[in-house]
Design a protein around this ligand. Structure first.
Ligand code: FES
Length: 151
């Protein structure tokens, strides 16, 4: 995959009116060639890249659950769990360091790109997070390339 073009981080990107995003609950917006899922859940907004880091499925219809004290979206395709706050991938397995090994949550590290979202006078803006490379960037590149070819 070729080197990705950096997003402009100097400006906030308009996402939409707060009341519209609340009534929609989930909205996919295309910002600077990036498809971002905006979620309104229990009074909070979250912005997370739309395509799952595992295999590129849309996260738009994923269930939301609190797992290991983190609010997570569960990818509809293979049920990977992703923290909405920081994009951390979580999985549950036996902890072999203990006997008998109990089930507990483990971290895969940050796998999905999330973005800060800011409210200004009833409108929401996103500040694109661009640092480093995160696994979900691969599917952003693939799908944005396909969208560009189709339009
Ligand atoms: Fe999301 Fe596989 S595509 S878990």
């Amino acid at each position: 995959m070729k080197e990705r073009k950096p997003l402009n981080t100097d400006e906030l990107l308009f996402v939409g009116k707060k009341e519209d995003l609340i009534s929609a609950q989930r909205t996919v917006v295309s910002l600077q060639g990036r498809d971002v899922l905006i979620i309104y859940h229990e009074g909070e907004f979250y912005a997370i890249d739309s395509y799952c880091y595992h295999s590129g499925s849309s996260l738009e219809t994923g269930d939301i659950e609190e797992l290991n004290n983190k609010l997570c979206i569960i990818c509809p395709k293979h049920k990977y769990k992703i923290s909405l706050c920081d994009g951390e991938g979580l999985y549950r397995a036996r902890d072999r360091s203990q006997s008998p090994p109990p089930l507990r949550w483990f971290s895969k590290g940050v796998k999905q790109r999330v973005h800060p979202i800011i409210e200004i006078q009833g409108e929401l803006y996103l500040r694109p997070a661009t640092s480093g490379y995160i696994e979900s960037d691969y599917y952003q590149d693939v799908f944005c390339f396909i969208h560009k070819c189709l339009t």
